[in-house]
Design a protein around this ligand. Structure first.
Ligand code: COA
Length: 208
C-alpha cells in the first residue's frame, strides 16, 4: 500500500493506493464496526470503503485510531468530535481530507478524478451556459470542473442536506484554485491540483 500526505489550505489530504494484495490487511486494521460495514458490500464498494477509511485514519492522531468512522444518514463520514473530513475514491486509489472543526462551523470536501477527458461529453450537464461558453477544453477541462464541483458538494451537503445540482454553482478556474459563485448561503473556497494522473480537488464551506 502506498500513502502520500499532501498539505492543502483546507486540511491535510491522504492519498492511498490499495492494491489487491493489501486489501485484507487494510480491512483487518479498520475498527470492528467498519469491518461489519465492509462485509455487506460488493467487492468494488468494499475496496473503496476500506481504502477511504484507511486514508481517513492515516490523518487521525494515534489515540483516535480505534474510533469507528461510520457514515451519517446522508452518506458522509462522521469524524471524531472536533474534526471534520471527507473521502473520495477512484479504482485502487482513495483520497481523504481531515481538518479541525472550526467556529464558525466549516465543512470540507475532497474529490479524486482521472485527469483525462470523460468517455462522454459531460460539459453539457455539469456546466452552466456561461461556463460552457468560456471553456476552451471540454475534455480535461470538464473533468477538472466535475472534480471541483464534487468536492464542493461534499463540503456543502452537511449544511444544506439536499441534492445540489451541478449548475447551482459556477466556477472561475485559476491556477490551483477556483472561485465559486452560487445562491447557497455559504462561503465556498476550493483548491485543485494534478497529482499522479488525477485531479485532486478540495473545498471548504462556511455559513455566511
Ligand atoms: C455523493 C457524491 C458526491 C459522491 O461522489 P462520487 O464521485 O460518486 O464518489 P466519490 O468516490 O468521489 O465519493 C464517495 C464518498 O462521498 C462521501 N459522501 C457520500 N454522500 C455524501 C454526502 N451527502 N455528503 C458528503 N459526503 C458524502 C462518502 O464518504 C463516500 O465514500 P464512502 O461511502 O466510502 O465513505 C455524488 O455521487 C453525488 O451524489 N453528487 C451530488 C451532486 C453534485 O455533486 N453536485 C455538485 C454541485 S455542488
Amino acid at each position: 500500500m502506498r500513502l502520500d500526505l499532501l498539505p492543502t489550505p483546507h486540511g491535510t489530504v491522504a492519498l492511498v493506493d490499495l492494491p489487491d494484495a493489501s486489501v485484507d490487511s487494510a480491512l483487518a486494521a479498520l475498527a470492528p464496526e467498519e469491518q461489519v460495514l465492509a462485509s455487506g458490500l460488493s467487492s468494488v464498494r468494499r475496496r473503496e470503503l476500506i481504502a477511504g477509511r484507511t486514508a481517513l485514519r492515516a490523518l487521525l492522531a494515534p489515540e483516535l485510531a480505534h474510533h469507528p468512522l461510520l457514515p451519517d444518514d446522508r452518506g458522509a463520514p462522521v469524524l471524531p468530535a472536533g474534526w471534520v473530513g471527507s473521502v473520495s475514491h477512484k479504482g485502487t486509489h482513495a483520497a481523504a481530507i481531515v481538518a479541525p472543526a472550526s467556529d464558525p462551523r466549516a465543512h470540507v470536501g475532497v474529490d479524486l478524478e482521472v485527469a483525462a477527458p470523460a468517455r462522454q461529453d459531460i460539459a453539457r450537464w455539469i456546466l452552466t451556459k456561461r461556463e460552457q461558453e468560456t471553456l476552451a477544453d471540454r475534455g480535461r477541462g470538464a473533468t477538472l470542473r466535475f472534480s471541483i464541483k464534487e468536492a464542493i458538494y461534499k463540503a456543502v451537503d452537511p449544511f444544506v442536506r439536499r441534492y445540489v445540482a451541478f449548475t447551482e454553482v459556477e466556477l472561475e478556474v485559476a491556477e490551483g484554485v477556483a472561485y465559486v459563485s452560487s445562491e447557497l448561503p455559504l462561503a465556498i473556497e476550493t483548491t485543485w491540483r494534478e497529482h499522479g494522473g488525477f485531479w485532486l480537488s478540495t473545498a471548504r464551506a462556511v455559513g455566511r
